[in-house]
Design a protein around this ligand. Sequence first.
Ligand SMILES: NC(=O)c1ccc[n+]([C@@H]2O[C@H](COP(=O)([O-])OP(=O)(O)OC[C@H]3O[C@@H](n4cnc5c(N)ncnc54)[C@H](O)[C@@H]3O)[C@@H](O)[C@H]2O)c1
Length: 413
Amino acid sequence: MNIVVMGQGYVGLPLAMAAVEAGHHVIGFEVDEQRCKQLCSGMSYIGDVSDKALQEALTSGRYQPTCDERRLAGFDVAVIAVPTPLKERLPDLSAVRLATETLARYVRRDVTVVLESTTHPGTTRQIVLPLLEVRSRLRAGISFHLGFSPERIDPGNEQWTFANTPKIVAGLTEGCRDRVQEFYASITQNVIPADSLEEAELAKVFENTFRHVNIALVNELCRVAHTLGVDVWRTLDLAGSKPFGFKKFTPGPGVGGHCLPVDPVFLSHHVRTKFGEPFRLVELAQDINEAQPSYVVTRLQNALNARHGKALKDARVLALGLAYKPGVADSRQSPAVQVVTELKRKGAHVDAVDPHVTGTVHGLFTPLPYQDYDAVVLLTAHKEFDLTQIAAEAPYVLDTRGVMPEAPHIERL
Ligand SMILES: NC(=O)c1ccc[n+]([C@@H]2O[C@H](COP(=O)([O-])OP(=O)(O)OC[C@H]3O[C@@H](n4cnc5c(N)ncnc54)[C@H](O)[C@@H]3O)[C@@H](O)[C@H]2O)c1
């Protein structure tokens, strides 16, 4: 089949590679010219896609990255995998609208269009469908097929990959869903049909909202336990020994990345605009998680004061990790970046080291020996950090991830 993937980012590029591997011909449409050039030269900017895999796709002749929209002509299946960020703290669907309008000029009879971008329920039917119909002058569900299939990719996860993570598929009509299902069955192992577009859209935002709310719960528990003088990590281990009815989440410096701080807002904002009422638990979780980086700074400030009689102002602090989670280079909306920013704002001299994130002290060396810092704050548990060495040499460590060995000079959040 001739496939078009709109957007060659964390979602679109791995999808394009999977489709090439399955024998399809793929046009990877990208508006960012720099990214397009990089892809054409065989250099991947996505951790889950190696240069080798990209180069093999290019040499197969079945993968063509392009910024030229005329190359969209003649597709059988088009997947929209463009960003759905927040703008001024509100959902921004402008990239979905633009990509759909571009694609609509090339929609012909019998093609299939699938939205993969994460968004609020109703987007495929109320936004994508009319844009496609008006521009193409064809009817969705009659002349062409329309569907939604949310992406669950977890960058850096080696166990659950694009190929083996169950993929939900939904269609405007049963016929549409069959076509969407047929395409995804050719590139993934486990396809789960949904009864409606809205159920699939809601399932996606709810999955990440569930995680977000549970992280907020343990983050708040962490503050309560600290005030009570109880070790929250051991408490969670004990609770986690229950073999049924409990799922363990752990505290941290907050939530980050492209999904967790964003997706619940799509849900809560939609509920507010549609019904004029808040989705209370979701909005509360946002407040708690957004305040967590400041809580980390306060804990560090108090510890410096109580343990070393030192103010945060002019203290030398080493921040370990800036990515939002271990093993990835993605520092978008990372709470670690917020912690570093706030520490600096309060007058600390901060060095930040991340072996994955370029633009920081990139690599494993630190600018100074650990013992020359007043405090080390571990923000991302990258496996490259030598925890034993840090424990042996740093005078004080605030471990926000609960991974350091126990010692009197090491404090867990
Ligand atoms: N990153 C993840 O882990 C993840 C997981 C599940 C779902 N999602 C969702 O998938 C969608 C895409 O996310 P992402 O992480 O791949 O974003 P990304 O920013 O990594 O990639 C999106 C790409 O689309 C390009 N783009 C923007 N407008 C375009 C247009 N009109 N036409 C063509 N290309 C365009 C951008 O230049 C960018 O390269 C979002 O809705 C996101 O919420 C992301």
